[in-house]
Design a protein around this ligand. Structure first.
Ligand SMILES: C[C@H](O)[C@H](O)[C@@H](O)[C@@H](O)C(=O)O
Ligand SMILES: [Mg+2]
Length: 396
């Protein structure tokens, strides 16, 4: 086995912490928040779970913080959605593939984390945990080399990022300089024609507020079936819907292929935030959809997203990662088939710009006038807020 050169630091210790409330698990909000206001979901077929996504547990996981310390004392970290489950996986299973290894062993470490958890992982929270470890490794490597992560990925292909905004107020997003506004869909098939009418009325109202040419999109968060999505898309064309996002459950690759064939010409079909690994995205790419939207904190991290993005590029498919703050910004700025990025409006009424993972990260950059020059601070350029309480629930 290749061993570390005398100058390459080795990994001394891996530590996993949890944080409750906001942070990387940005659905974990308290009080009123647009992100939990009667949004259609796969659980909307059950009336008792229709009003709030927290009612069925969208925020049960919480934030996972992964810290990786090198033998010279340098510490890299990253945050994702995985909570105590993720902390257990990192401490009790994944740490063994890192400690004692050179910090440059990204590919071998990723491959061993993935293969060793296949019997209970493949997607979901195990890949969230693997992603958190991979992102923390990239942060550590950047700090050791005194380079921003984007410089480790081949360097920027553009001077700044441009963003669309996700939230309840695309009209405000337009005033703030974003290139488009993605709204949550509020009513699913279980609410019948009345719900479909309400969806279209909301879209028509927003189109009247933003005028022609400003992108409007719907995020359907896995709540529809092919028939409803086809009918909704067909009637939304009148209002210039730019794309219909995550209409179906992630495993319905066949449905996505059918939906892509059935939506009006010019309307894009997108999905991917709940997909993981190159194998999952290969299946998605074969459906012919227009944009894949992996979350770099959930799909396998940077090491896997590089592979996913290259596959998509060969398919002529855009990669616009699901909003994941600095972790996606450092990636998007280096990819020609990622022409814009997502910014999630985490202000409770989506009327102001606040950092996506607030208050978890110090130095978390936000777009100005819908644009951002990614800072060249080493690693991902952020620090954990010491004011935020964190717990280390497990050790190894
Ligand atoms: C706004 C959507 O319902 C989700 O809350 C959002 O996290 C995700 O789907 C997105 O694309 O930003
Ligand atoms: Mg989405």
């Amino acid at each position: 086995m290749a061993t570390a050169s005398a100058t390459t630091p080795t990994i001394a210790q891996v530590r996993a912490y949890t944080v409750r409330g906001k942070g990387a698990d940005y659905h974990d909000q308290s009080g009123y928040h647009w992100i939990d206001d009667h949004i259609a979901t796969p659980m909307s077929i059950y009336p008792e779970y229709r009003r709030s996504r927290q009612s069925f547990g969208i925020n049960v996981l919480g934030t996972l913080v992964v810290e990786i310390e090198a033998d010279d004392g340098t510490v890299g970290f990253a945050v994702t959605t995985a909570g105590e489950i993720g902390a257990w996986i990192v401490e009790k299973h994944l740490a063994r593939f890192l400690e004692g290894r050179p910090v440059t062993d990204l590919e071998r470490i990723w491959d061993q984390m993935y293969r060793s958890t296949l019997y209970y992982g493949r997607r979901g929270v195990v890949l969230n945990a693997i992603s958190g470890v991979d992102l923390a490794l990239y942060d550590l490597l950047g700090r050791l080399r005194e380079e921003p992560v984007y410089a480790l990925l081949g360097g920027p292909v553009r001077d700044e990022l441009q963003f669309y905004a996700t939230g309840a107020r695309p009209d405000v997003a337009k005033e703030l300089g974003f290139i488009g506004g993605k709204m949550p869909l509020h009513h699913g098939p279980a609410e019948g024609e009345e719900g479909l009418r309400k969806n279209l009325d909301a879209l028509a109202d927003m189109r009247s507020r933003v005028g022609e040419g400003f992108w409007l999109m719907w995020d359907c968060w896995m709540s529809l079936d092919v028939d409803y999505a086809t009918r909704l898309a067909g009637r939304a064309a009148e209002y210039g819907l730019r794309w219909i996002e995550e209409a179906l459950i992630p495993d319905d690759y066949w449905g996505y292929a059918q939906l892509k064939r059935q939506v009006p010409a010019g309307m894009l079909v997108t999905t991917g935030e709940h997909e993981a690994t190159r194998w999952g995205f290969r299946q998605l790419l074969e459906t012919g959809i227009d944009i894949i939207q992996p979350d770099v904190g959930w799909c396998g991290g940077i090491t896997e997203l590089l592979k996913i993005s290259a596959m998509a590029d060969a398919h002529g498919t855009m990669v616009v990662p699901h909003g994941s703050s600095v972790y996606s910004y450092h990636f998007v700025v280096t990819r020609t088939n990622s022409p814009f990025a997502e910014f999630l409006m985490m202000h409770e009424t989506a009327e102001e710009i606040v950092p996506m993972f607030a208050p978890l990260l110090l130095g978390e950059p936000v777009p100005e006038n819908g644009r951002l020059r990614v800072p060249d601070t080493p690693g991902f350029g952020v620090e954990l807020n010491p004011e935020v309480e964190r717990t280390r629930p497990f050790t190894h």
